[in-house]
Ligand binder design. Structure first.
Ligand code: GLU
Length: 489
């Protein structure tokens, strides 16, 4: 694995999808594990659908996920340029050569003709492929068509009767019949190379050693292998990772859930959770452990543990992993990431003072264990912001009418008044002391206080809640709820 060179080669025609991110990750993990080189190449030859905006977004998402690259569109490198539209001369050079050697030819067929041919073949139950008709055009006929204004595409002449082997690190040796593949277009009539063609020339020129990509490209690979052969080059090693299926084992689609990295990012998934999750989509570690930080993945990743059976996108697993990282990351970091959701929901203003930061950090600490993504924080915080407590259920008022409640409330008021500093820790001790002093079980102390302060019999830790609310708001809430329940307070 010395000196490996891998690439992630997205077509910048939209956001980075989960599948693309996994491809990027597997390449990156292999490069970093073996001190290899990671390359980012922009396959932007589809001029109508490609944009610099998408290219930028893809790079941003990759960086957000924690990946970096040694060569690429933004960082340069000695094998550049790294955008295919900037490499057209290189492709033209080889097109010329293939044309001269009779391995490629001009095709003047129109889109309609090709479509009609395709339909005829399908109706006869045949696999549609190009008939090779234009291969037989004489130079004079070509001249005439050109004079009539036809702009030809260029097709590769596929050798007949060959077995084309694809040596795949994940799938082993996969053989294709060349006869099943029609002469395919390598240069479109607008002069731009097709994916299969540009990809081969670039992978060769960039000295790529391993092509790791999704299974959807396996069927392109025999065409690419034939091009390597025609150009006299040795193909790189291939590794086609399995498809990612939706939970119902059908194709993943936007209808069935979020498919782009940005959507998960926007909902408050942490990059390390997404990376951990993506790594397990098709790669399996040796032991039972499922939690891996990026550096642990780098230390363990290998192609021989990449599976050839489809990976199922299990959103609950992603949620679980994300919840794990939310709970276990430094609180300051989680707070910084969570605050924008609170601002957006109108709980907080834009610029927080240091005191407000300190306060909201306590709020995040109190609720983060309930979150599977940070956007959910807004479902859990009303209790800290809204003092106009209502009882969640009628029955809860009854608890406030228990005989010990006036004593408990009085003890709380007294203890709070005498507390030099109110923090979760001092509040915890205070509550314990109240219980001891009154010689009451936890349920008789904590339950009524919880209901009096929140109107609910469940929620965050009582001591955290009290510290977050502060003395005045505790007093306000006690007065209000006890009043509503008709209890002297
Ligand atoms: N541009 C292709 C894609 O985005 C790259 C495939 C490959 O890695 O060869 O699917």
């Amino acid at each position: 694995m010395e000196g490996i060179r891998v690439r992630f080669a997205p077509s910048p025609t939209g956001p980075l999808h989960i599948g693309g991110a996994r491809t990027a990750l597997f390449n990156w993990l292999l490069a970093r594990r073996y001190n290899g080189t990671m390359i980012l190449r922009s396959e932007d030859t589809d001029l109508e659908r490609s944009s610099l905006e998408s290219e930028k977004n893809i790079m941003e998402d990759l960086k957000w996920l924690g990946m970096d690259w040694d060569e690429g569109v933004d960082v340069g490198g000695s094998y550049g340029p790294y955008r295919q539209t900037e490499r057209l001369e290189l492709y033209q050079k080889y097109t010329q050569r293939l044309l001269e050697e009779g391995r490629a030819y001009y095709c003047f067929c129109s889109g309609e003709e090709l479509e009609a041919e395709r339909k005829r073949q399908l109706s006869r139950g045949e696999t549609p492929r190009y008939s090779g008709k234009c291969y037989h055009l004489s130079p004079a006929e070509q001249e005439r068509l050109r004079a009539e204004g036809y702009k030809p595409a260029i097709r590769f002449r596929v050798p007949t009767g060959q077995q084309v082997p694809v040596l795949d690190e994940v799938r082993g040796r996969v053989e294709f019949e060349s006869d099943g593949i029609g002469d395919f277009v390598i240069v479109k009539s607008d002069g731009n190379p097709t994916y299969n063609y540009a990809c081969v020339i670039d992978d060769h020129h960039m000295e790529i050693t391993h092509v790791i990509r999704g299974e959807e490209h396996l069927s392109n690979t025999p065409s690419q292998v034939m091009l390597y052969e025609a150009l006299g080059w040795t193909p790189p090693a291939f590794a086609h990772t399995s498809l990612i299926l939706a939970e119902d084992r059908s194709k993943m689609s936007k209808r069935k859930g979020d498919t782009s990295v940005k959507q998960y990012r926007d909902k408050g998934y942490l990059p390390e959770a997404v990376v951990n999750f993506l790594a397990l989509l098709g790669w399996s570690p040796e032991g039972e452990e499922e939690i891996f930080l990026p550096q642990e993945l780098v230390a363990q990743f290998s192609l021989d543990r990449v599976s050839r059976s489809p990976a199922v996108f299990n959103i609950d697993k992603l949620r679980w992993l994300n919840g794990h990282y939310i709970k276990n990351s430094p609180l300051d970091r989680i707070t910084k990431l969570a605050v924008p959701y609170l601002v957006q929901a109108g709980y907080l203003g834009e610029d927080l003072t240091p005191e407000e930061w300190e306060w909201v950090t306590l709020v995040v600490a109190a609720v983060r264990e309930y979150l599977t993504c940070l956007a959910e924080i807004t479902d859990h915080v009303d209790i800290f912001f809204n003092d106009e407590i209502e009882f969640e259920e009628e029955g809860l008022q009854e608890v406030l009418r228990q005989e010990q409640v006036p004593r408990v409330v009085a003890a709380l008021r007294k203890a709070l008044a005498g507390l030099p500093e109110l923090t979760p820790a001092t509040a915890k001790k205070m509550l314990g002391d109240i219980r001891k002093d009154l010689q009451l079980g936890g349920k008789k102390v904590y339950m009524p206080l919880r209901i009096a302060l929140t109107g609910s019999n469940h929620g965050p830790e009582l001591h955290e809640l009290i510290a977050i609310l502060g003395r005045e708001r505790v007093e306000y809430r006690l007065g209000r709820t006890l009043g509503l329940a008709g209890v002297e307070g």
